[in-house]
Design a protein around this ligand. Structure first.
Ligand SMILES: [Zn+2]
Length: 154
């Protein structure tokens, strides 16, 4: 726990705070979804940002792109365009077992992990003759890290 700068009290984190994931995009050349997701830990009392962590995203979509090319019989030279429509939510996970698999009895010894889960659709488009082929594919990916790796913002 950390002190909220707005009211000075020790504060819990608002674990429903929406991460920033505006720059996620499909890189068709490397066949990855790339970008960053910034998760902020904000105080539940005042919504004050106390800590943050920025995740680098490199989510592989090679198999989706290959399947799209094969299904529509597109050669490797056909340019594929893409669009993303994702919802990104914050995730919280409390470690329940120690590294030997035994349950942790005292919460002060258990680690908390914060991260994100992005899910939604990726639309792939390609021109074939005079037609445009379009397909929506479900994608989801996530990441998390220990609370202690988050950086203090003040
Ligand atoms: Zn506060």
């Amino acid at each position: 726990m950390a002190r909220c700068q707005q009211c000075g009290n020790f504060a819990s984190y608002d674990d429903s705070f929406e991460p920033e994931a505006d720059d996620l995009e499909v890189d068709v050349d490397s066949e990855q979804i790339v970008g960053t997701v910034r998760v902020a830990l904000v105080s539940e009392c005042c919504g004050d940002e106390m800590k943050d962590y920025t995740f680098d995203v490199e989510h592989d979509i090679t198999s989706e792109v290959i399947a799209f090319r094969e299904k529509h019989k597109l050669s490797d030279k056909v340019l594929i365009e893409s669009e993303l429509s994702l919802d990104t939510e914050m995730t919280t996970r409390r470690q329940r077992n120690d590294r030997h698999g035994k349950p942790i009895k005292h919460s002060r010894y258990s680690r908390t992990y914060y991260g994100f889960n992005s899910s939604g659709t990726m639309t792939l488009c390609a021109a074939k003759g005079k037609k445009t082929i379009k397909e929506e594919i479900n994608v989801s990916f996530n990441d998390e890290t220990q609370a202690s790796f988050f950086e203090e913002l003040y």
